[in-house]
Design a protein around this ligand. Structure first.
Ligand code: SER
Length: 314
């Protein structure tokens, strides 16, 4: 059966690149981009687009009715920092958006569903280094709470209704095509923009805050590899730990200085995102993803910095 793919939240940082990648693999007309916001030129002109709010069940139902998708990717969400500014909205969007899609996927017998989780599912009492797949999880952001609850729902729908739902716990994703969406890891993107534009950046995280990160190309490739993997290989139906590279603002600045020697980094005090970062892992053990479906990252810090600088310069 030919794939028909619906991507909800297509205009965000991940969606923008995932839609383009999926259209290359499955054909432009077979990948329907959906968002509440107007799409950018590339998304709009390379295939179908629909205005969809994932909290509006009737609209969602008509999308499933119209396209009968074989694969659905649900990316619409409020991230960690913006979630804290509006906790009830974050919970509503992140949770009820997911439940709406899981239910429709059962009704319309959607073959596969993809939903991203995050390193935000971990909390202050989770091991910080090489954080294992299974450990104490006590997230203290509404974003992390919604992602952990969502993981449990995904596994529940798999066990109870045999839904083929797959998920990855993304680290901070570094990219240049679309703006990041209000996360705690966003400093690692802003720093490149400001280094090129102003030669200086004021980081909202302190010098030694180490967080797991990944270049977007790796994240997109990993996502498609997980979705392509044979179902028999996938034992985890909550969400897979997933790792690229870990670094601190200080280490990232040193890497940027190899290309922009005069770059200076300062630190902003008392940003609420510092507390969020301090509750998250420093590095992630992603051995289940490696063993079960062959995950392997390609971009180290050096390569990631070169890609960011060269592409943003253009
Ligand atoms: N990048 C996300 C955030 O900082 C983590 O999933 O919120």
């Amino acid at each position: 059966m030919a794939e028909k793919i619906v991507v909800l939240g297509s205009n965000g940082q991940i969606g923008t690149e995932l839609v383009t990648a999926l259209r290359k693999v499955y054909g432009e007309s077979n990948v329907v981009a959906c968002d509440i916001r107007r799409p950018d030129y590339d998304i709009k002109n390379s295939g179908p687009f629909e205005f969809v709010n994932v909290l509006e069940k009737d609209t969602l139902n008509s999308i499933f009715q119209k396209y009968k998708p074989t694969h659905v990717y649900l990316l619409a969400a409020l991230l960690s920092a913006t979630g804290e500014q509006n906790p009830k909205l974050a919970w509503d969007l992140n949770m009820n958006g997911l439940l709406n899609i899981l239910d429709l996927a059962i009704t319309y017998q959607t073959a596969k569903v993809y939903w991203p989780s995050s390193i935000a599912v971990f909390g202050p009492n989770s091991p910080k280094d090489n954080t294992p797949q299974f450990c104490v999880m006590d997230p203290n952001t509404v974003y992390g709470i919604s992602k952990l609850a969502g993981e449990r729902w995904c596994e529940y729908y798999h066990q109870k209704y045999n839904l083929d739902v797959r998920s990855i716990r993304y680290p901070g994703l570094i990219s240049w095509k679309a703006a990041p969406g209000g996360g705690t890891t966003d400093y690692a993107i802003h720093i490149f923009h400001d280094a090129l534009k102003k030669g200086t950046y004021a980081s909202f995280l302190n010098a030694a805050t180490e967080l797991p990160m990944m270049y977007m190309d790796d994240a997109i490739r990993g996502t498609i590899e997980l979705m392509d993997a044979d179902a028999s290989k996938i034992t985890i139906r909550s969400s897979y730990n997933f790792a690229g590279v870990s670094f601190t603002p200080e280490i990232l600045a040193a890497e940027i200085r190899k290309h922009i020697p005069e770059f200076t980094l300062t630190y902003a005090e008392n940003d609420p995102r510092q507390n969020i970062a301090d509750s998250w892992p420093r590095s992630i053990d992603d051995s289940y993803a490696m063993k079960e479906w062959g995950w392997k990252p390609e971009f180290n810090l050096e390569r990631l910095a070169i890609e960011m600088i060269n592409n943003l310069k253009k």
